[in-house]
Design a protein around this ligand. Sequence first.
Ligand code: ADP
Length: 195
Amino acid sequence: MFNLILFGPPGSGKGTQSEKLIAKFGLRHLSTGDILRSEIRNGTALGLEAKSLMDQGQLVPDAVVIGMIRSALEHNPEARGFLFDGFPRTNAQADTLDALLAEKKTAINIVLALQVSKSELVKRLLNRGLTSGRTDDVNEAIIGSRIEEYERKTAAVADHYKKVNKVVYIPGEGSVEEIFRKLCDEIEEKLKSKK
Ligand code: ADP
């Protein structure tokens, strides 16, 4: 298996690049944000619990997202590999992910971390808010909270994987194609060294 984490702050382009990467490398896309939004659309209890936190730009509890990922891993036994997008977002989530993958006799192969300046993030998210229908994209205060949550809780996840030399930083500003090329180069390099 080949498992990758696409890492970066909200608005760094994880969703856009994930779509392109799964198409090219045949990975299963697991986005906790997408799963949560689908739970909200379906009006489930889990969705209801998550919605108010998401609308305030706060993280939902670890146990909730970990349960979602555990179930997604169980339901995709045939997958060639997974692309994790928006997960893990805390060190507890990262520890659990490592353990879940170890149970499957696999591991994270690479963490690709997109780097984008704060002013560019805010600009992109406000712009997305004009059309996305996402309630967490519409105002600058909520966007600010999301970036703060990232800095307070999520940035440390990169250190978790740096200790095992798995993190590669990629500049996340430039054209979508240019960034995609750089991500692909790193993945191809990693795949070669696996063989
Ligand atoms: P972003 O564009 O901010 O990266 P996502 O679509 O990944 O957004 O997530 C939207 C919201 O869903 C987050 O602000 C958070 O409330 C919740 N969420 C998504 N993934 C996680 C996670 N792994 N842990 C906790 N909360 C999460």
